[in-house]
Design a protein around this ligand. Sequence first.
Ligand SMILES: NC(=O)c1ccc[n+]([C@@H]2O[C@H](COP(=O)([O-])OP(=O)(O)OC[C@H]3O[C@@H](n4cnc5c(N)ncnc54)[C@H](O)[C@@H]3O)[C@@H](O)[C@H]2O)c1
Length: 259
Amino acid sequence: MDLKDRHVVVTGAAGGIGSALARRFHAAGARLVLADQRSPESVAAELPGAVALAVDLSTEAGNIELIDTAESHFGTVDLFFANAGVAIGTDPMDDEEVWDLSFAINTHAHRWAARRLLPAWLDRGEGYFCSTASAAGLLAQIGSAPYSLTKHAAVAFAEWMSITYGARGLKVSCLCPQGVNTAMLNSDSPIGTGGDVVRSVGEVLEPSDVAEVVHQAINDERFLILPHPEVGDYLKFKGSDPQKWITGMQRLQRRTLGY
Ligand SMILES: NC(=O)c1ccc[n+]([C@@H]2O[C@H](COP(=O)([O-])OP(=O)(O)OC[C@H]3O[C@@H](n4cnc5c(N)ncnc54)[C@H](O)[C@@H]3O)[C@@H](O)[C@H]2O)c1
């Protein structure tokens, strides 16, 4: 999809990957609505014509409010980019709140947005749904069960959407990066404390590099977006020898987390 004059919504746009996507899409000529629970106002202020909305997307009501607001500005959404996410929690003993919030923003938010967007998209035979999952959604996140599970679910939902609605005009892409230099990676979140894990398995990219790869993939309407190409190799290895892959991951965990 050529983004010139297209109506694009980006979530998690107050910083990190989301703000870099917003800048790249704006440069391509998109009309933008930026959403985040932290106000994305300062990012929107850099991008003439962009609309900012501070909204909690961990509820269905928040997703409906976002899409209603976007439509009131620019009409039917052409591309919805579900990028907001959290990296919290460690293991099955985490409180229910940690699991609920992880699923709400990393997975259900995608479904809630799709539920609101699909009728119009299927009616007109065109629409583009893009989500940010993670390499953890194809492989595993050492140190965080909630992150691993919810990102796998995000990949599965994107795949299902593409399989089910592709013939009816829906385009779907799923972004699965490894390390990216953002607040999430540099914090003490599970992928932050696992930052050493992430750094030991590949390059940490800048958000603007990721945005460049994403823009190209959207132009090409490619499903799987891998800014770190080695993730494709790890995936092939996992598929070809799952037992050896698990053994290797156990070794990586011991080396990086010490247990
Ligand atoms: N940084 C990495 O190494 C990395 C790797 C793979 C995938 N990801 C994914 O990339 C996406 C963007 O993360 P990032 O690295 O830019 O980190 P980030 O923390 O800078 O961005 C995440 C954004 O999501 C927003 N957000 C969180 N919960 C929200 C909610 N309930 N409602 C609205 N907004 C909410 C945050 O306010 C934040 O601005 C996430 O989905 C993350 O899981 C990041």
